[in-house]
Design a protein around this ligand. Structure first.
Ligand code: HEC
Ligand code: HEC
Ligand code: HEC
Length: 432
């Protein structure tokens, strides 16, 4: 995810067919500023959690919101900014209109266009009232850090930011969130959070050729229908049984967002970070609203048969007749925890049967977990992290492909086979 904008620099440059004069916007006249000072900074702190500002603006072990988090691209690295309340290096000196512009248009105080790694494409949906509270938090209550911003090491001409103005014109929709009158207050609250501040689509919605999210407002079944980023494959959050959240109850969704686990599944990779920094802090009403909204999304029109329970795999393992290499690797290395029936143990070892991450159309997350292992996110309500050991040292690309293919086609799972080439790509990206 942190490498979301990888091809973006290139794509944006390529996309810009012509020169434009709009590479920096004029800076805003502070005298025209209205509304500053009236926000609720305590509520703003909660909203900063919802927006997960911490995840991208804090380095491990560094001062909160001091920036410097690296985002690698093939042409160089850019670093997130200091957004602490420091008046010189952070946001302390931002006017409210400066803040609105950065959140809704992705244009910094000095007129620089930001890369959409900063999810302003979603933040544009945040209401005026919530922006005021966030502003109050970041300019008064947030910690201050005098850490200097680190310039990107992308070299000219690729460092030019004017193509982003064109990208914005083509893809950015800064219209406010529009509630649906036919839906409940709770549904609308969930839609507002998911499409806006919580920016779930930044990872879960597929992207197009210029790296734009293909649907930002849930108009089509592409919204939240699963994606592929780096070495993970954020799952389909729509109503598909098996490969989506069709079999999940609202309570399951709330449990995962609050604790990182529920009765039949667990969370790995970048979703673990989302839970650690963001969703575990959400109140019950907001988590429930998110669950209600997600449960209302109809299935995407594919993978109707991603899972159909059957006990053929279990029977053949028990009878000793499961003989393919994938099956024997599974029995040797996985069954002790995930069990012969693939169902693991409730709240300890996730079920691999009927698991949307295992069944995702792109197998990247599954491959990454087998290679690198995984650790459940540590949350306030479920603190001691259990680990899954790594297997990269033990199995080569061909063997991991056999194993992953076995897991994706056993116990009723019905997802495409995994190739050694796919494993190689993920292994390479994990090593770099
Ligand atoms: C997914 C990662 C991500 C998240 C989440 C995120 N940001 Fe950012 N933000 C960035 C990156 C990367 C940049 C620098 C982009 C660039 O240089 O083009 C940035 C830049 C900014 C800037 C510009 C600062 C300046 O003066 O140049 C502000 C302000 C900002 N973010 C505020 C926020 C706030 C407030 C939140 C939470 C509501 C937030 N960001 C969440 C990645 C993120
Ligand atoms: C930084 C990228 C990122 C963001 C932002 C993100 N997700 Fe995820 N999410 C992932 C990945 C990757 C997975 C697959 C890993 C897994 O399921 O273990 C995932 C999996 C999930 C799962 C399934 C968990 C399981 O037990 O298998 C749910 C539910 C989910 N996300 C909901 C959300 C919601 C709701 C939001 C917005 C509040 C969100 N995600 C935002 C990356 C992200
Ligand atoms: C020592 C026990 C143990 C062994 C052995 C083990 N796992 Fe795991 N596995 C876990 C735990 C614990 C988790 C949850 C950790 C997490 O999600 O971060 C997990 C998570 C997973 C997940 C992610 C599920 C999800 O919902 O996100 C997959 C896939 C997986 N294991 C596959 C395998 C495979 C394939 C093997 C054999 C190569 C294996 N595991 C061996 C303990 C184990």
């Amino acid at each position: 995810m942190r490498k979301v904008l990888i091809p973006l620099v290139l794509a944006a440059v390529a996309f810009a067919g012509c020169w434009t004069t709009a590479w920096t916007e004029p800076s805003i006249n502070v005298a025209a500023d209205v509304g500053a000072g009236s926000g609720d900074a305590v509520h703003g702190e909660y909203l900063a959690r919802v927006g997960d500002c911490m995840a991208c603006h804090t380095v491990k072990g560094g001062a909160p919101y001091a920036g410097g988090y690296p985002f690698k691209t093939p042409v160089g690295t850019i670093y997130s900014n200091n957004i602490s309340s420091d008046r010189v290096h952070g946001m302390g000196d931002y006017s409210f209109s400066d803040f609105v512009r950065v959140m809704r248009e992705g244009i910094a105080k000095d007129g620089r266009h930001l890369y959409p790694a900063m999810p302003y494409t979603s933040y544009a949906k945040v209401s005026d009232a919530d922006l005021k509270d966030l502003y109050a938090y970041f300019t008064t209550r947030a910690p201050a850090s005098s850490q200097e911003n680190r310039p990107s090491d992308i070299e000219w001409p690729l460092s030019m930011r004017w193509p982003l103005a064109i990208w914005n014109r083509a893809f950015h929709d800064d219209s406010p969130f529009r509630p649906e009158d036919t839906q409940s207050v709770e549904w609308n609250r969930g839609a507002y959070l998911v499409q806006g501040l919580a920016h779930c689509g930044a990872c879960h919605t597929p992207r197009g050729v210029a790296m734009q999210e293909l649907d930002l407002t849930g108009k089509t079944s592409r919204f939240l229908s699963g994606s592929k980023l780096d070495n993970t494959s954020p799952i389909n959050l729509r109503g598909n049984a098996g490969s989506g959240l069709g079999n999940w109850s609202e309570a399951d969704i709330v449990a995962v967002l609050q604790t990182g686990r529920d009765s039949h599944s667990a969370v790995t990779g970048s979703m673990g970070e989302v839970i650690e920094h963001s969703t575990q802090y959400l109140n019950d009403a907001d988590l429930h609203a998110i669950a209600v909204y997600l449960k209302s999304l109809p299935p995407r029109p594919s993978d109707a048969t991603a899972f159909q329970a059957n006990d053929a795999t279990l029977k053949s393992i028990m009878a000793g007749s499961a003989t393919g290499p994938g099956a024997s690797f599974y029995i040797d290395s996985c069954a002790a925890c995930h069990r012969q029936n693939g169902q693991g143990a409730s709240r300890v070892f996730p079920s691999l049967a009927n698991n949307p991450m295992v069944l995702a159309s792109q197998p990247d997350s599954l491959i990454a977990v087998v290679l690198n292992g995984s650790r459940l996110p540590s949350t306030a309500s479920a603190p001691s992290p259990l680990a899954m050991p790594p297997f990269a040292w033990r199995y080569d690309d061909e063997q991991v492909a056999e194993l992953a293919t076995f897991v994706r086609s056993s116990w009723g799972n019905n997802a495409s086979a995994v190739t050694a080439q796919q494993v190689k790509t993920v292994r390479h990206s994990l090593d770099h």
